[in-house]
Design a protein. Structure first.
Length: 303
């Protein structure tokens, strides 16, 4: 009898199945997150240790923190539902999900780099200690993870069906987050005589990054609430269609709710001037959290 079989027998006899499964899940999560830090450095073309310990790069640290939180979010989705039949299978499934989740996050970073903010190099800005871009990068990963996790909770399943569901949720997440980015760009241009939203982020406007990131994560939380409307018993196609429609409605609802809340909380404050032109981080942070709060309210109402 090997050590894992002995551990399994001990926990099953003494405490039931849950503690052993929980330990395996946590061990895999730790392995994946440690590995992710090294991968984050490789994808940036730098040493993660050097960026954090020697260069004290705040933008890189924020980006890595966002990646770790996003991975933890996705791994909690993988833990949802019944455990596998054996601890070895549970370990293999969780490790597979961990690698898959990391791949999704790296792909989300590529979409941000080459599609959403194609006007400049996100990687170069993070290496150049641009905190605003680091915040946006972290927020994009967290929002993506929240949207994918909401789809993972429709039904616990192992196999290709679950893999395809996560991939479909990823595509939906990128489409919605791209729409949010374009909306923010239009609003910024209208308020600032046609100025470019991406260029403002490149110039290091942290207040603008806080507002944008809050909007992204708020929408992701709203979509989490929308997942309660997906009825898997009606079939995958029907569930995905219902979820997509509910997600679109949630995106609009979060934006409208945030506008109302913003006018109440920031009464008589010109947010366009304070955030866009004066780079007022205090106002940007509050406005970002207003969007996030709107998403949380939808979660409380419907999730």
């Amino acid at each position: 009898m090997n050590w894992l079989d002995t551990l399994t027998l001990y926990f099953y006899d003494s405490y039931g199945a849950f503690p052993a499964v929980a330990l395996v899940n946590l061990a895999v999560a730790l392995l994946v997150m440690v590995f992710a830090r090294a991968v984050a450095g490789l994808t940036q073309g730098v040493s993660a240790l050097a960026e954090l310990h020697e260069r004290d790069n705040p933008a890189f640290g924020i980006a890595v923190a966002g990646l770790l939180f996003a991975l933890a979010t996705l791994l909690t989705g993988a833990m949802y539902g019944e455990a596998a039949d054996t601890l070895w299978l549970e370990f293999a499934v969780m490790l597979g999900y961990g690698v898959y989740a990391l791949a999704m996050m790296l792909l989300a970073g590529l979409v941000l780099e080459h599609v959403t903010l194609h006007q400049f190099s996100v990687r170069a800005e993070i290496q150049g200690r641009n905190v605003a871009v680091g915040i946006v990068h972290a927020g994009n990963l967290i929002a993506t993870a929240l949207i994918i996790r909401s789809a993972m909770q429709w039904q616990a399943a192992y196999g290709w069906a679950d893999v395809l569901r996560v991939l479909g949720a990823f595509v939906v997440s990128q489409a919605i987050l791209l729409a949010v980015a374009r909306y923010r760009g239009l609003v910024f241009a209208r308020r600032n005589a046609g100025a470019d939203f991406a260029e403002a982020l490149k110039d290091g406007n942290v207040a603008l990054a806080c507002r944008y990131t809050g909007h992204q994560i708020g929408v992701a939380l709203g979509i989490t609430a929308a997942s309660s409307f997906a009825d898997i018993e009606l079939g995958w196609l029907s569930a995905v269609g219902t979820w997509a429609i509910a997600a679109l409605i949630a995106t609009v609802a979060v934006s409208l709710m945030a506008i109302v809340l913003r006018h109440a909380v920031l009464f008589r404050v010109d947010v366009g001037d304070e955030v866009d032109r004066q780079h007022n981080v205090a106002v940007g942070a509050i406005e970002g959290l207003v969007y996030l709060s709107a998403g949380w309210l939808l979660v409380g109402l419907f999730a």
